[in-house]
Design a protein around this ligand. Structure first.
Ligand SMILES: [Zn+2]
Length: 104
């Protein structure tokens, strides 16, 4: 097993994992428990991680995920919390606010 990436939240980690599974890659979401210097973060707020089961599928998984994040290319600012959202997301991953109709 190798760790592919960190996800901003569990919903996106699940989305990426599903995408990899559809491509025939055995991937899973692991809760990233607070470790080392970040011991102040409660476990339920730690970022989830996406892991690839088989090392030989790692490079392909990386490429797939990069493609998924690149297309469609969108960058918008959340009106709810001012988070910068980059990627194919129509909801803020921080506060759940919907994407505005147009980015001012
Ligand atoms: Zn937000």
């Amino acid at each position: 097993m190798r760790r592919l990436c960190l996800a901003p939240n569990l919903a996106i980690a699940t989305l990426w994992t599903d995408l990899l599974r559809e491509a025939g890659i055995a991937a899973s979401v692991q809760r990233a428990f607070a470790s080392g210097s970040t011991g102040l973060i409660p476990p339920d707020q730690a970022l989830p991680e996406v892991w690839v089961q088989h090392d030989e599928q790692f490079d392909r998984a990386e490429t797939l995920l990069a493609d998924a994040q690149r297309c469609p290319q969108r960058l918008w600012t959340c009106p709810g919390c001012a988070e910068r959202i980059d990627g194919p997301f129509e909801q803020c991953w921080n506060c759940g606010h919907a994407m505005p109709a147009s980015d001012p």
